[in-house]
Design a protein around this ligand. Structure first.
Ligand SMILES: Cc1cc2nc3c(=O)[nH]c(=O)nc-3n(C[C@H](O)[C@H](O)[C@H](O)COP(=O)(O)OP(=O)(O)OC[C@H]3O[C@@H](n4cnc5c(N)ncnc54)[C@H](O)[C@@H]3O)c2cc1C
Length: 509
């Protein structure tokens, strides 16, 4: 019997396990489906190497439908550190208004003024640590590439942004800032500062924390409306039950809903379809899938650009507001250092990423089998407000290929076909057909007040209608914030981890 079982050692789960095990009197078990590497010497290169995403060796192998009837892969980390161990290490916070909007939906603990201390606590900003809105002593080291470390195409991107009238922005995490500048990144040289590195490395020495890797959680164990533990399966297929006074589900936005559904917690119609007994009808489980739809312009490079697949894939960022939008910084344009494959033609890309999304998708259960992958339908750009802004942003992105220093590096467009008409309706067709995920799924176990029929957990992560069960990961975000969501996922871990440690009564401990 553990005090606390945390399911999933990802961005949020690692943070929670680390924070709650600071109390030496709490026994904590962290369960991870993927492997665990106890130190950097044992850690494989794909996890160390932040210059590229790790998309195969530590991946779940999921597919999803970004737009109707199109199936593409959807990477998710399967290893201690979770997706933070395989990602691009972009370390951006959402806009203050995002968290204030979360609060307006009935989650007053998540307004900007209340999340800012957790954002400060999690980071060690090596460039702006002394700014009032930054931290200088947290576990996640963050720095920005100085100008002389930028690849030529990134230097050119910043010059062209200036030519096009965008402001220069030295710190993209300045809550008032906008414009183009170096990307804040949680990497030191090549080393990816994942949550395994930042949080688990120092916590794993504690005798009250056990990390159990290569262990799949099949389902939760419930006694009436009380969660009492988890059913797990090891690599040899042996199944056992582990008990705890509190279970924290942190399997991520794509995997937390299926675990709940297989445990009888989810939309009644889906559970019945898979012959699962309904313990709690929860229509919100798997609904409200929110993400960042994106579409890239791909350029054939000519002289100057360095197309080196061993160099950092991202170094710079433009955050701005699309014309006529009432959502500040609702868009990102990102210079991608290289595209295609090594040995192929010399390509780079410029991505337009919609950051404030109105549309919503859905996650459904494929089967009651705990090994089955979920059905993920993002339904990008089915909301005309999303399409209209992504169309504008795509045109803004095309302007980079024709202007200034970056324009000079473009030999021709590989995508879109330069022979296309490229009027608004043509681009709208492109984004409705080809928009893809920024890899930031969230919202699928939404937090909110009990009066919200879609809300599964309250603002402390506690299930409204079940006891001793907390959900804490990207799935509880009411909607995607205007930034890549790793830092926000860690911030959620910082807040809920602290609450569990300092307010145990709220969590039945
Ligand atoms: C390729 C890629 C690039 C990205 N780039 C960036 C970026 O640069 N910046 C950024 O901000 N965000 C980025 N993201 C997104 C960001 O990393 C994730 O949104 C964030 O890590 C989500 O945190 P989480 O805790 O919700 O889930 P995860 O970190 O995915 O953690 C879930 C964990 O639960 C485990 N798990 C799942 N099911 C089970 C089970 N049944 N039993 C046991 N364990 C289980 C998983 O293996 C995983 O370790 C990227 C994501 C990917 C995949």
């Amino acid at each position: 019997m553990y005090d606390i079982i945390v399911i999933g050692a990802g961005s949020t789960g690692s943070t929670i396990a680390s924070r709650v095990s600071e109390d030496p009197n709490r026994s904590v078990l962290l369960i991870e489906a993927g492997p665990d590497y106890a130190n950097l010497e044992q850690t494989p290169f794909d996890l160390v190497n932040s210059h590229q995403n790790s998309m195969q060796d530590h991946d779940w192998g999921f597919n999803y439908e970004p737009t109707r009837n199109r199936s593409v892969s959807f990477p998710r980390g399967r290893v201690t550190g979770g997706s933070s161990a395989v990602n691009t290490t972009i370390a951006l916070r959402g806009m203050p208004e995002d968290y204030d909007e979360w609060a307006d939906l009935g989650n007053d603990e998540w307004c900007w003024d209340k999340v800012l201390p957790a954002f400060k606590r999690l980071e060690r900003d090596l460039d702006f640590g002394d700014a009032g809105y930054h931290g200088d002593s947290g576990p996640i080291s963050i720095r920005r590439y100085p100008n002389d470390e930028l690849l030529p195409q990134h230097q050119a991107f910043l010059e062209t942004a200036s030519d096009l009238g965008y402001a220069a922005c030295a710190d993209a995490n300045d809550p008032e800032g906008w414009g183009a500048g170096p990307q804040p990144m949680n990497k030191l040289g090549r080393l990816r500062i994942s949550c395994a590195v930042a949080y688990l490395a120092s916590a794993r020495i504690r005798p009250n924390l056990t990390i159990r890797a290569n262990t799949l959680v099949r389902r939760l164990v419930l006694n009436g409306n009380r969660c009492t533990g988890v059913e797990v399966e090891n690599q040899s297929g042996e199944v056992e039950t582990l008990s705890a006074r509190l279970v924290v589900l942190s399997a991520g936005a794509l995997m937390s809903p299926p675990i709940l559904m297989r445990s009888g917690i989810g939309p009644n119609s889906q559970l019945t379809q898979h012959s699962i007994d309904t313990l709690q009808d929860e229509p919100g489980v798997g609904a409200n899938l929110s993400d960042h739809p994106a579409l890239s312009v791909v350029c054939m490079a000519k002289g100057g650009a360095i197309i080196d697949f061993d160099s950092p894939i991202i170094q710079t960022i433009l955050r701005y507001t699309t014309e006529g939008s009432d959502k500040r910084n609702d868009m990102q344009i990102e210079q991608i250092s290289y595209a295609g494959r090594p040995g192929g033609p010399p390509l780079f890309a410029i991505a337009a990423c919609l950051e404030y999304q109105y549309g919503r998708g859905e996650i459904r259960l494929r089967s009651a089998d705990p090994h089955a992958h979920p059905i993920v339908e993002a339904r990008f750009c089915e909301d005309d407000r999303d399409t209209a802004r992504l169309v504008k942003a795509f045109k803004d992105t095309l302007a980079f290929t024709r202007t200034g220093a970056l324009g000079d590096m473009v030999d021709s467009l590989a995508f879109p076909d330069p022979k296309r008409p490229m009027d608004d309706e043509d681009i709208a067709q492109l984004v409705r057909k080809l928009a893809g995920s920024g890899y930031h799924p969230c919202g699928t176990v939404k937090m909110g007040p009990i009066a919200d029929p879609e809300a599964v957990v309250d603002q402390y992560g506690c299930c409204h209608r079940l006891e001793n069960l907390v959900v804490a990961d990207a799935s509880i975000m009411p909607f995607v914030p205007r930034a890549n969501i790793n830092l926000t996922s860690i911030m959620i871990g910082e807040k809920i981890g602290e609450w569990i440690r300092t307010q145990p009564g709220r969590y039945g401990l």
